[in-house]
Design a protein around this ligand. Structure first.
Ligand code: F6R
Length: 373
């Protein structure tokens, strides 16, 4: 049932304040004046210690689910101190890459039925790793065959392009970081800031959804483009990959997400006055580096669209707001910013598709659950 919406993708994008609330329900404890704020993940309770002690955490997934894990990687590394590596499921299986008994392998999948991810799970089980599932589908193959796990609880997702599952997956993995991180005094303030940020996230998402009309206007400007680049780094490298994936899979416009740190190692050659480029430059430890990326693109007359924190227009537009288009988003705790930042890009992909006259809920050649290799 699409309710007041025309398409499932549109409904699922706008549902995110509620889906995020459901994902967190019963799992975060505010704590009183004397009690610390805590996270409870029932499905992991017997395994938290083993995860904490593992030699490495390996995230395994495909497409959007892989991107969600990539967004959460820095906070897991920061709070747990355990090295985190990333594997695209099919590539791990192709290479028969090393997976050890001392590893925790985390399988991220909305459907819980993706063939590539399931094969990687079989492989990791054979190699003796502790296998954790993060899925949105209770009773799915990945939920059943892993040793333990966390349900995403984002609610059923019908649009082929994953939207609300992505943001809920990031929140689940931020909670995982809090659960496996030690509660050393030195990290107490950071942990509390993240938990407060999680509580407030649905409000911030409600606020960023107000960009809907603005993103429709932007889509009108981009409707006839051949290609769109998206640059991000740090927490928002994943935002660049995921934003570009959304644009290409539904609007059928070529789009690539790129690590901004790699720009001068090749992609810079593409920059001219015609190719539209989205740069994610919200406030975090990488902000000044992104400012310099913007300057370099501006110097080559790049057609810039900058996603920045509210009030930062002057700091991100070298020539003032006439030189680039700016999308201002609410600022949240840095590790949660990818949840906010992806939303204007989801809206852009949605509007581009509708304006270009393509099927937004069932893109050409794609299936919701990829159960074949
Ligand atoms: C993109 C998309 C796909 C899936 C991928 C994995 O919008 O939905 O990239 O993310 O096929 O699917 P799951 O998460 O079900 O394993």
């Amino acid at each position: 049932n699409k309710g007041k919406y025309e398409h499932y993708m549109q409904k699922e994008i706008h549902e995110q304040p509620e889906s995020l609330t459901t994902t967190m329900r019963g799992r975060l404890k505010r704590g009183g004046s004397t009690k610390a704020k805590t996270v409870l993940l029932g499905g992991l309770k017997d395994h938290i210690k083993s995860i904490r002690r593992s030699r490495r955490i390996v995230f395994i997934g495909c497409g959007t689910s892989y991107n969600a894990a990539l967004a959460a990687r820095p906070i897991i590394e920061e709070l747990s101190g355990v090295p985190v590596t990333m594997e695209i499921a099919s590539d791990l299986v192709d290479r028969q890459g090393p997976i050890y008994r001392e590893d925790t392998a985390v399988f991220v999948s909305q459907s819980g039925e993706t063939a590539d991810t399931l094969l990687a799970l079989e492989y990791a089980l054979e190699n003796g790793a502790l296998c954790v599932g993060i899925t949105n589908t209770v009773g799915s193959a990945i939920a059943r065959n892993t040793h333990c796990g966390i349900h995403i609880n984002a609610g059923c997702e019908i649009g082929v392009a994953s939207t609300k599952a992505y943001t809920s997956q990031i929140v689940v993995m931020a909670m995982l970081a809090l659960a496996i991180g030690d509660d050393a005094i030195s990290s107490q303030a950071r942990r509390e800031a993240i938990i407060d940020g999680l509580f407030d996230l649905p409000n911030k998402v409600r606020e960023v959804l107000k960009l809907d009309q603005e993103m429709k206007e932007l889509a009108k400007l981009l409707i006839a483009e051949q290609s769109l680049l998206v640059f991000g780094r740090g927490y928002n490298f994943a935002t660049a990959l995921e934003g570009a994936l959304k644009v290409k899979e539904v609007s059928l416009m070529h789009s690539e997400g790129m690590l901004a740190g790699e720009m001068k190692h090749g992609p810079l050659a593409l920059v001219d006055e015609n190719l539209p480029i989205i740069v994610i430059a919200t406030r975090d430890a990488c902000f000044s580096k992104q400012q310099s990326v913007i300057q370099q693109l501006h110097a080559r007359k790049g057609r810039l669209i900058v996603v920045c924190s509210k009030g930062d227009v002057a700091a991100v537009c070298p020539g003032g707001s006439s030189s680039c288009r700016v999308i201002e988003v609410p600022q949240v705790e840095d590790c949660l910013q990818p949840v906010v930042n992806i939303i204007p890009l989801q809206l852009l992909a949605y509007h581009l598709t509708v304006l270009r006259g393509y099927n937004v809920d069932q893109p050409r050649n794609l299936a919701k659950s990829v159960t074949t290799q």
